[in-house]
Design a protein around this ligand. Structure first.
Ligand code: THG
Length: 370
């Protein structure tokens, strides 16, 4: 596949870490929330995947923008947007909570942080939630303040992230529970740090508000990181697919509802809370799904999913659409995430797929892969 340059401009923002990662060898970006998200640092994706599973990486994850919602009606508005019951949400905890519209279609799948009883951060995947939130607030006459907070996340991911963070921030960081957050001092400022991140190799996310102090922490990690084999990195397609972490815009979008995406755990239909699309979701649930996200394994050595790729059965019937995929060295196959149509939900359903003019065989499977 031929590659092209991306022209930078003010409209396509960098992050406070851009100059650093460019010195550290970033070789490719994608665009996410109108910003630069690194996708490659030299070497192969496979080398970066192995390194992430064995050691520790620091990622520029500033594209995960925070929409801050504060004020008297902030809880009402955040709940109206999210199909997960947040009524018992605790200050100091993160919540993975899909945002849906009045038709129950997915708008975003953010991590939500409760900062105070009347102050929330919505840590976005790739869509313009600030506009959606403002529209709802205006239409409902809510007393809220909505803006993109000046927060730039860097993420520390990998099994050695715990030892690295302990070395720089002290043992208290190890008390953080998964999806908990607290404030930790470094460089004369307090940083909100959560035990979270978009890999399943363990790690932390540093929500940097004071850029200077945040960059000092970023630099300190690299200063002491050699003993843990620290490297700059980025979300890794091989790892995130193997770990079944969904990517909004790739695996799912505004044409899908959260039940079709297997997000049932984060859909609170039996709760008393009021959110958009609740009645429609109940109806969808009682009628049954017409399509759903499933795993696929394909007997191929490589794939590049850049558009819609059809999955066809032996009678040339369309059974679904591949949404993401890449070669996985552990499975020694391409694994991917596909939207499978009813009645092909059987997990051993086989299919054919055309990759660059050649036909390959594959099988549907359940998610997660492992
Ligand atoms: N961190 C932060 N913001 C984000 C992401 C992140 N915003 C965009 C994107 N990532 C949102 N998507 C996900 C998807 C899955 C998870 C986190 C963000 C995740 N899920 C846990 C799991 O699958 O084990 C379960 C979480 C739970 O049970 O509540 O970690 O990475 N700041």
């Amino acid at each position: 596949m031929k590659n092209y340059f991306v022209s930078k401009s003010r409209r396509l923002r960098g992050t406070p870490y851009t100059s650093r990662i460019e010195n550290q060898g970033v070789t490719a970006y994608t665009i996410y929330n109108h910003m630069l998200l690194p996708t490659r640092f030299g070497g192969s994706l496979d080398d970066l995947y192995q390194h992430l599973k064995d050691h520790v990486q620091v990622w520029d994850a500033a594209v995960q923008r925070q929409v801050e919602v504060s004020g008297k009606d902030s809880t009402k508005l955040v709940q109206l947007m999210c199909c997960r019951d947040l009524s018992k949400a605790k200050i100091g905890r993160c919540y993975y909570a899909p945002i849906i519209d009045d038709k129950a279609n997915l708008i975003n799948d953010p991590v939500i942080l409760k900062l105070a009883d009347d102050r929330w951060w919505i840590s976005l995947s790739d869509s313009d939630v600030e506009l959606f939130a403002k529209g709802l607030a205006i239409g409902n006459n809510f007393d809220v303040n909505i803006f993109e907070a000046k927060v730039d996340i860097f993420s520390v991911q990998g099994p050695k992230s715990f030892k690295l963070m302990e070395k720089v921030l002290g043992p208290k960081i190890l008390d953080l529970k998964f999806f908990g957050f607290d404030y930790f001092e470094f460089g004369g400022a307090k940083h909100l740090i959560a035990r979270s991140g978009w890999s399943k190799q363990g790690g932390f996310e540093v929500y940097v508000e004071n850029t200077e102090a945040g960059l000092a922490l970023y630099d300190k990690l690299f200063e002491v990181g050699d003993e843990f084999n620290l490297k700059p990195g980025c979300p890794n397609l091989i790892e995130r697919l193997e770990s079944s972490l969904l990517s909004y815009g790739n695996d799912m979008d505004i044409g899908d509802n959260p039940l079709e995406c297997g997000l049932d755990k984060y859909v609170s239909l039996d709760s008393n809370v009021n959110f958009l699309g609740k009645e429609i979701l109940k109806k969808i649930k009682s009628e049954g799904l017409k399509k759903k996200l499933m795993g696929v394994k394909i007997n191929a050595k490589e794939i590049s999913v850049t558009g819609s790729m059809s999955l066809i059965d032996e009678n040339n019937k369309l059974i679904g659409e591949l949404r993401s995929g890449c070669y996985n060295p552990m499975f020694q196959k391409v694994i991917g995430i596909a939207m499978i149509n009813k009645p092909y939900f059987d997990k051993s359903q086989s299919f054919k797929i055309d990759i660059n003019g050649h036909t390959f065989d594959g099988k549907v499977c359940d998610l997660p892969f492992i």
